[in-house]
Design a protein around this ligand. Structure first.
Ligand SMILES: Nc1ncnc2c1ncn2[C@@H]1O[C@H](COP(=O)(O)OP(=O)(O)O)[C@@H](O)[C@H]1O
Ligand SMILES: [Mg+2]
Length: 391
């Protein structure tokens, strides 16, 4: 058995027997109770204080026992937390995986960086929250997410390797992408250059083209669902809201608004059904944010943002980002057309529009046709002697 420590920023592997578990890697009863949603912070704090007070008087009491006495937890909840602690807590990672650290926290669960012991490789694990795992609706949704993402295999889509259940914990395994989400990058860069913008758009158009050819609509394209690897390959992740068109061609969601207000398409807001053109809109909103430093519509309230998506035109990009070419600005505005018919109709059509922006007008249709399956479009273009992409 191998354990991990991160010292001086470098990952080291130390023999199991030498490993002293530190607080950050051990899932204590209290943390697990919080994560599971059984408990509020204040209730835990109060119970910890009481435990400490009792200890000072010479009494030792278990935290679970105190929480039950205080009425914060039921006996059943304590039992459930113990069960979970026996699976994800402390030294008990998922069977076959050694958890290194938590790298993300989402609506349905957590993302961990882990070592897959059988292959001795680093992977990312998405684990369904223990509390949600008690609800079969969420379990089904989680399984659907892993299977939909698992249908795809493309350089610009985070690759799903496997899915499983270990001691009652649902998880799926992905390639681990060393890098930063676009959201993080925008946090410190604010705006991207034209060259970066075109490159990002090309890669994401390819990711969507691949999803589209597999009948998948992502429905939640946004900066936090795009991870830019350290070798600068952007990858689409998080198929938590995705739909399989082969299975459900209508993709209506009447009554349910899906996606994030900042990047959501008008038809998703209306709940009148959406297709791949909805992903093109959300990608357009994402690119607009990258060009201008903020999403097309912002407001303190989600409802106002949604209303603006339905009724307002975004401020012209040239006003907010003078460094962006007229062609690129026009491309993004077209992606943001209120009516799906006004947008590029497929990701490939979008991609075809972007190629001359990246390589100049001389790139021919035949060459363009050849490019989609190549892993790195910029490399391929140079390789074909077409010169450097336009600055
Ligand atoms: N395969 C991965 N490699 C590296 N980081 C990842 C990976 N998958 C997810 N993450 C990180 O975890 C975050 C949440 O993952 P995501 O799948 O978007 O979950 P959620 O549905 O909770 O938004 C991402 O924004 C990213 O920071
Ligand atoms: Mg996400």
């Amino acid at each position: 058995m191998i354990a991990h420590s991160l010292e001086n920023g470098e990952e080291q592997y130390v023999p199991w027997e030498d490993w002293v578990a530190d607080e950050s890697t051990v899932m204590t009863f209290g943390r697990l109770a919080l994560q599971s949603g059984f408990l509020e912070d204040e209730e835990l704090d109060a119970a910890v204080m009481e435990q400490e007070a009792r200890r000072k008087k010479g009494h030792t009491s278990k935290l679970g026992q105190i929480l039950v006495q205080r009425g914060s937890l039921t006996e059943e909840e304590v039992t459930r937390i113990f069960e979970l602690q026996g699976t994800l807590g402390g030294h008990t990672e998922l069977e076959g995986y050694d958890v290194i650290e938590q790298i993300g926290q989402g609506s349905m669960g957590r993302i961990y960086k882990a070592r897959q012991l059988s292959m001795n490789r680093v992977v990312a694990l998405k684990v369904l929250s223990p509390k949600l795992a008690m609800d079969s609706t969420y379990v089904k949704r989680f399984l659907r997410e892993s299977r939909l993402a698992g249908k795809l295999r493309h350089e610009n889509v985070v690759f799903v390797l496997d899915a499983g259940i270990s001691n009652g914990v649902h998880y799926y395994v992905m390639e681990y992408v060393e890098g930063r989400t676009l959201k993080e990058i925008l946090g410190f860069r604010k705006k991207l250059s034209e060259k970066e913008l075109v490159r990002l758009a090309l890669h994401m158009a390819r990711a969507l083209a691949h999803a589209h050819s597999n009948g998948v609509v992502h429905r939640d394209v946004k900066p936090s669902n795009i991870i830019v690897s350290n070798i600068r390959v952007p990858k689409l992740c998080d198929f938590g809201l995705a739909k399989d068109l082969n299975f459900d061609p209508s993709v209506t969601s009447a009554g349910t608004v899906l996606g994030t207000p900042l990047y959501i398409s008008p038809e998703q807001i209306r709940g009148t059904g959406c297709d791949i053109r909805s992903d093109i809109y959300s990608l357009g909103a994402t690119l607009y944010h990258c060009a201008c430093g903020s999403a097309p519509f912002i407001s303190s309230g989600g409802a106002t943002v949604m209303l603006k998506h339905l009724t307002e035109e975004p401020t012209p990009i040239e006003q907010k980002a003078p460094g962006i070419s007229e062609e690129m600005a026009e491309t993004i505005h077209r992606m943001l057309s209120k009516e799906p018919d006004g947008r590029f109709q497929t990701p490939t059509e979008l991609w075809r529009r972007l190629v001359p922006l990246a390589y100049g007008e001389t790139a021919t249709e035949v060459e363009v046709e050849e490019l989609p399956d190549e892993p790195d479009i910029l490399y391929k273009a140079k390789h074909k002697g077409r010169g450097k992409p336009k600055k």
